[in-house]
Design a protein around this ligand. Structure first.
Ligand code: NAP
Length: 406
């Protein structure tokens, strides 16, 4: 490809998160440091977005997610496509196929493990052959977890000369809301799983995103409501843990087991101390179980989908995005028993305000920071972008990564 016009095309610029990201791209790269364009299925919505933000000189491309020819034409014009067109399991297949075949680098916001696995199985050979870097999970799931573990392991190696073979991540603070697009992705996954016993089995495998022949057999810890002695708090299951842990294990596999062949990882919500902490942990656990049962049963799913939960295109208000924040604490233990703590924080609500910035910086990192000799294939944020992405997120996206001194 020699006639590429753009560094980045934002595909799905008119989605809820795509609009936030497009504003951020304009603030960050309006100086022309990155050549970018917006794309989506609707010319009129793209025009409206462009007028609302006051974009000038930013080209608009129209392509439906099912139109392979249009997606090929779009990919031929750019180094990187960043997509927010989801649920990805419904709309994402053709774009990944085209990127893998054409050598166009790609990143997205999916948190749908069943879809990622399908894409890896179908397109990894093509991506390797073409040189395309395909990186899923470049939002709140799973950049803070994947890069938080990467960062902690670097600190442990410096301090103790070895990596940790167990890391527990604790969600100390989280303030934000869910969008219709995210809810639609969760509902679609539950629908797929309810009719497919093989998929239900796959969703129980913590190593489902690791490459074939990974050889990991360690039984991973399962978080239930419990008292965490190390953190001195009641804890409860965290809704993003399933996808985050899978991405972290893939990073371990792709980095030649640099975290150890028996590496253990889990994530949990911090619910507080004493009787009130216990009550809060119970409420979170029951709430999550109730929501899963509600989504699995067709009549309650219909009620939740149509009467309770946000619809595609809806999400947290600007005020909620601005007032949102998160604080994640990583507690590591080495095989010798040395302990280490790191913290990852972010401003804005995790799922949208912060996610939009993380995704834009991941796309910029793919476009600008990596040696062209890096092999193509399905990477993770930590294994492909690692420290370069951490530097961008700290400098431009409101995240911090720090060692917590004991
Ligand atoms: N990982 C994370 O942390 C994270 C955070 C937030 C969101 N997400 C994921 O990101 C995705 C977007 O979320 P959202 O809330 O922004 O969703 P949304 O507002 O519902 O947007 C979905 C987008 O898909 C587009 N679309 C649908 N069908 C299409 C087709 N056939 N061709 C082209 N475009 C099509 C829509 O186009 P129109 O605009 O023309 O309707 C819209 O732009 C979801 O999958 C969600 O789960 C992940």
């Amino acid at each position: 490809m020699t006639d590429q016009t753009f560094d980045i095309i934002v595909y799905g610029a008119t989605s809820f998160v795509g609009q936030i990201m497009t504003r951020y791209m304009h603030e960050q790269f309006g100086d022309g440091s990155i050549k970018w364009a917006i794309a989506g299925r609707s010319q009129s919505k793209l025009k409206q977005l462009s007028a609302d933000i006051g974009l000038s000189g930013i080209e608009m491309l129209v392509a439906d997610a099912s139109d392979e020819t249009a997606l090929q034409a779009m990919c031929a014009r750019t180094k990187v496509v960043v997509s927010t067109v989801g649920p990805y399991a419904l709309y994402g297949d053709t774009l990944v196929k085209v990127c893998a075949a054409s050598g166009t680098h790609y990143c997205d916001l999916t948190g749908e493990p069943q879809w990622i696995r399908r894409m890896q199985a179908r397109h990894e050979d093509a991506a390797r052959a073409s040189g395309a870097w395909i990186v899923h999970c470049c939002g709140f799931d799973s950049i803070p977890s994947d890069l938080g573990v990467h960062f902690l392991q670097q600190q442990a190696t410096k301090k103790f000369g070895q990596t940790c073979n167990r890391i527990n991540m604790r969600v100390a603070k989280i303030k934000g809301g869910a969008s219709g697009g995210t809810i639609a992705s969760m509902i679609n996954m539950v629908k797929e799983a309810s009719g497919d016993a093989g998929l239900r089995q796959e969703l129980k495998d913590p190593y489902s995103l690791c490459p074939p022949g990974h050889g990991f057999t360690a039984r991973q810890p399962e978080v239930t409501m419990a008292y965490d002695e190390a953190y001195k708090s009641w804890i409860a299951p965290f809704i993003m843990a399933a996808i985050n842990a899978r991405v972290v294990h893939r990073s371990n596999a792709l980095s030649h087991n640099s975290y150890g062949a028996g590496f253990l990882y889990e994530e949990a919500m911090v619910a507080g101390e004493g009787a009130s902490g216990k009550r809060a942990a119970r409420a979170i656990s029951w709430g999550m179980t109730g929501a899963m049962i509600g989504l699995a049963l067709p009549p309650t799913r219909w009620l939740l989908e149509n009467l309770v939960l946000p619809k595609p295109g809806e999400g947290p208000s600007e005020k909620q995005q601005l007032e949102g924040e998160y604080d994640l604490v990583f507690l590591g233990t080495t095989p010798r028993g040395d302990k280490i703590r790191c913290r990852v924080t972010g401003d804005r609500d995790p799922g949208y305000g912060s996610t939009a910035k993380m995704l834009a910086q991941a796309a910029a990192c793919l476009a600008k920071d990596l040696p062209g000799s890096t092999p193509g294939g399905f990477w993770t944020p930590a294994t492909l972008m690692g420290d370069k992405l951490i530097a961008r997120l700290e400098a431009h996206a409101g995240l911090s990564f720090e060692l917590v001194e004991a």
